[in-house]
Unconditional design. Structure first.
Lengths: 351, 587
């Protein structure tokens, strides 16, 4: 069975396509070096629209109104600009109520775009633009350590990593946070208290990397202005040992925390990147691998949810699990040497 | 060209679900079509694969391993037709439910008339209504336009106006849709289905034709105020769903090509099969099919002259699980659990499971949570479906499902063949069927595939069903009554084919079984007490007895009352649920 790979890897080539949701301007060129928080593409869309029904306002037919309308699609109009005037001595002029751009004219109506909402796409990774996608975005490549997460609150930052964990199953408490941590990205333990998220905001921290977050805190976590990456899951379980080792040994380094929300269809995942100097480009990590003996995997459901282990062997046929369900399964040796049997669909390759 | 029916065409059927893709082979054995085997693989609509055909090929490869012959060539292309060396198949059909729920805007005039029909129509496939435009909408036209631009719907379903009736108000709404669509990037424009006043067909095409991904017109769902006709529009909507998926999901095109266009939404194919069965059986009661999968909970029901299909992605056990609490509470889910589970643990489960929809319960504790969630999701789906049932059907109580026979259950949570008692209890709890019903489990999820296969070969579904590819869980006898706990409400004698007898006394609050193996029939003589009603009237039962079919659990007597009232005391409730599990063969 082929399974997706959850990347926790010491050195790899990281290639990310960064795309605008609507067509816009690309602000970078091929070969350009970018920082993770650099805006690489932007687009503008109207904040809202105003529809002026000239025909109705002048109490004439749409066809007649059409002949009286004096603006064109794309024209910028200042508030108060007259766009049509009825016939007769006392006919009142039709003026646009706000500054805007004419989006459509037809059927005796004028649709005006009013206000501008800017859409920006940040690089997300520090690296080199290897391809520009005209009107859409760019592809950026870098090399470094990569730790993917399972949940993010859609913010991005760069900062120095400070380790507040002494073990993968630490719980992050408010008491562990003091003013010396201001402006840092914190590697903390499991979070099950809303005051912890608030305390990090008050510092303010520049980011928070945690193994797990209680489901009840998800709405508050989304509101936080600093990025939060959850590495392992929703609930209360420790950080997987591979991520813990990698992150805790990189304390005091400048890292990128891109808490991009997980999108199962595009493959976007929250991630932590530790840029590293390289002499030659390391190979990219595969996104999917066939489950086989020797592979490092993570357990996605109990027992040992979140734990890492190695596949000892893939069992033939179907295996009846303690739950009573039958499924293709594997023997997995956990890091504590415990051997468990897990259904293949509950395994995710880590590497 | 495929061989003729007389020669016997082999048929491969592939179901692409959100979590799992299944390939099933049907072929002729001893002159009759049979279900041969199935192969299963994880679905690949999502990253990193982003190509549904990969999962289909993987499932077909797994099927090849089981049957020992090649269906794919060395380039992983489908071998068709069957080759002289036995490799390949003659035809392929596909059902599809994978992909994000379609964001849908419904448009109509009156809330209780055309909008109600639009709602029922969109409920027949995998949609989520993101906005509603109606006559009583007080928003300015530009506010409607801005809302449409924000929502970026995949689909707009327009109903309204009786045939030949007023059209001005609908015209106004078409303008807002047209303008919004005009302002969207071309690749993001919605598909349009118009199923309203047929006089407006030309207007719709001229106003929206060049401004949408595609415009489809079907007969009016409300040709007159009193008449509703959803079937043609449902058929068109099924077609549109596949068209949208072709744009959204890589690989659908390839499967469409391989199958020669024989590709249907999974729920629609199930609905078609249920209608087919109803015609075949000329049943006096309706037929009910329920499918609880990762994409959605789907409920198809037939009645005397009509049918209903309800697809509820919000109650699916996949990525939408994290939003289930918009429709229910943690307490309502936990009432079904036989284990003491904290609200926080359940909340965590819903979000964590939504991250990994394909993962299954490996431990008893995890199974207890997943089954509690499945019960509540199916319960909610059944309640939502019931509201869309025709108003003129006979019901024993207004808040209960009408009597159905048979009830067919598919989907991972319901059709585990190794534990039919567990599946049956889940169905009894969530659906709370009334009267006498045979319950059939579909462990290989064949129902939609047969519905899809019927379009290529209408002999195949009949023969496969008759071949015993489904598993009978048994016959359920569920009287409607209220009585004091442990009061006898029913006495029954089951007479077996060999003339022997077995008796049972059912007390209020209890679950009893009488063995009757699969494939056997028996005659059940029933005496109803305390005004209990099995659909023949309070206290009444046919004097000549009732013919019942056997199954894994035999004949199951559910005396727990309808609607099922669980004890408020959680410890007592959990004990009771455990007892019910034991009664149906659980540990």
């Amino acid at each position: 069975m082929i399974a997706p790979v959850h990347h926790v890897i010491g050195l790899t080539s990281i290639v990310r396509e960064r795309i605008l949701p609507i067509a816009g301007n690309i602000l970078v060129r091929q070969g350009q070096k970018v920082n993770a928080t650099d805006v690489i593409a932007e687009a503008k869309r109207p904040y809202e629209h105003v529809l002026l029904d000239v025909a109705r306002l002048l109490r004439i037919s749409p066809a007649s109104a059409e002949k009286l309308i004096r603006c064109k699609v794309g024209e910028r109009l200042a508030a108060g600009t007259e766009i049509a005037k009825g016939k007769g001595l006392l006919a009142s002029p039709i003026k646009v109520p706000r500054d805007g751009t004419v989006a459509a004219v037809g059927g005796g109506q004028v649709l005006l775009e009013v206000g501008v909402a800017k859409v920006e796409v940040k690089a997300g990774v520090p690296g080199t633009v290897i391809e520009v996608l005209p009107g859409r975005g760019a592809v950026i490549q870098t090399a470094g350590s990569l730790v993917q997460g399972v949940w993010g609150n859609d913010k991005i930052e760069v900062g120095v990593l400070v380790n507040l964990m002494s073990a993968p199953d630490d719980i992050l408490t408010e008491a562990k946070m003091d003013v010396s941590l201001r402006g840092s990205i914190l590697l903390g333990g499991m979070v099950n208290d809303k005051d912890v998220l608030r305390a990090a905001a008050e510092l303010p921290a520049r980011g928070l990397i945690i193994p797990s977050l209680a489901a009840a805190l998800l709405p508050l976590a989304r509101e936080m202005k600093y990025p939060i990456v959850v590495t392992d899951g929703i609930g209360a379980f420790p950080m997987n040992s591979a991520a813990y080792r990698l992150l805790s040994t990189n304390a005091k380094r400048e890292i990128v925390i891109n808490a991009e929300a997980y999108d199962r269809y595009t493959g976007a995942k929250p991630e932590v990147i530790i840029p590293l100097p390289i002499s030659s480009e390391p190979p990219p990590a595969p996104d999917a691998q066939t489950l086989a003996a020797g592979l490092q995997v993570r357990l996605l459901r109990p027992p040992a949810m979140g734990a890492l282990g190695f596949i000892e062997k893939i069992l033939p046929g179907l295996t009846t699990l303690p739950s009573g369900l039958s499924a293709p399964a594997a023997e997995v040796k956990l890091e504590n040497d415990e051997m468990i049997i897990a259904p293949l669909v509950n395994l995710e390759v880590v590497g | 060209m495929p061989a003729s029916l007389v020669d016997g065409n082999s048929l491969l059927a592939v179901d692409v679900g959100s979590a799992t893709t299944r390939a099933v082979l049907f072929d002729v054995v001893e002159g009759q079509y049979r279900f041969i085997a199935s192969g299963v693989a994880p679905s690949t609509a999502e990253a990193p694969f982003k190509d549904v055909s990969e999962g289909a090929k993987n499932a077909i490869e797994n099927l090849q391993t089981v049957i020992g012959k090649s269906l794919l060539d060395s380039g992983r292309g489908l071998i068709t037709p069957t080759q002289p060396n036995g490799s390949g198949v003659d035809a392929l059909v596909v059902t599809l439910s994978a992909g994000a729920t379609l964001k849908t805007v419904i448009v109509g005039l009156l809330k209780d008339v055309s909008l109600e029909s639009a709602y029922r129509l969109t409920s027949s496939t995998y949609t989520r209504i993101v906005d509603t435009l109606a006559l009583n909408d007080t928003r300015k036209p530009e506010q409607k336009i801005d809302s449409l631009l924000r929502q970026q719907p995949d689909l707009v379903v327009i109903t309204g106006g009786t045939d030949g009736g007023a059209s001005r108000s609908i015209h106004k709404m078409l303008e807002a849709i047209g303008l919004a669509s005009f302002l969207m990037p071309e690749e993001k424009r919605p598909a349009i289905l118009f199923a309203g006043n047929q006089k407006m067909e030309a207007d719709v095409k001229s106003l929206l034709g060049s401004l949408s991904a595609s415009v489809h017109v079907s007969p009016n769902v409300r040709p007159s105020l009193e008449t509703e006709d959803l079937d043609p529009a449902e058929r068109e909507l099924a077609h549109i769903f596949i068209e949208i998926r072709k744009r959204q999901l890589k690989g659908v095109d390839l499967l469409n090509l391989w199958s020669g266009g024989h590709i249907l939404p999974t729920a629609y194919a199930s609905g078609r099969m249920v209608r087919f069965l109803a015609k075949m059986n000329s049943a006096s009661k309706g037929i009910l099919s329920v499918d609880l999968g990762a994409s959605a909970a789907s409920i198809a029901a037939t009645f005397k002259n009509t049918s209903r299909l309800g697809v509820f992605p919000q109650y699916g056990l996949g990525e939408n699980l994290s939003s289930l609490l918009k429709y229910t509470t943690l307490d309502e889910i936990l009432r079904w659990s036989w284990m003491d589970i904290s609200k926080d643990a359940l909340n965590d489960y819903l979000h964590q499971k939504a991250l990994y929809p394909a993962a299954i319960a490996a431990t008893k504790e995890d199974l207890a949570i997943s089954q509690a969630v499945a019960r509540q999701a199916l319960y909610l789906a059944a309640q939502a479906a019931r509201k869309n049932f025709p108003s003129d059907i006979s019901q024993m109580r207004p808040n209960l499902l009408p009597p159905f026979d048979p009830i067919i259950a598919g989907g991972g949570a319901l059709s585990d063949a190794s534990r039919p008692g567990s599946s049956l209890l889940l169905l009894l709890d969530a659906l709370q069927p009334v009267g006498i019903s045979t319950v059939i489990l579909d462990p290989n999820n064949l129902l939609p595939l047969l519905g899809s296969a019927a379009s290529r070969n209408n002999l195949l579904p009949v023969q496969v069903i008759e071949s015993g590819a489904f598993i009978s869980a048994g016959t359920v006898v569920a009287p409607v009554t209220t009585a004091a706990p442990n009061t006898p409400i029913l006495r029954a004698t089951l007479t077996y084919e060999n003339g022997s007898e077995a008796k049972v006394e059912l007390k209020f609050g209890g679950l009893e079984t009488l063995p009757l193996p699969s494939g056997e029939v028996g005659k059940l003589s029933i005496q109803l007490l305390k005004g209990a009603d099995l659909g023949y009237g309070p206290g009444r039962a046919p004097k000549e007895g009732v013919a019942v079919k056997g199954g894994a659990l035999g004949v199951v007597f559910d005396g727990r009352g309808r609607p099922l009232n669980l004890p408020a005391d959680s410890a007592r409730r959990r004990e009771l649920i455990k007892k019910w599990h034991w009664a149906l063969g659980g540990e």
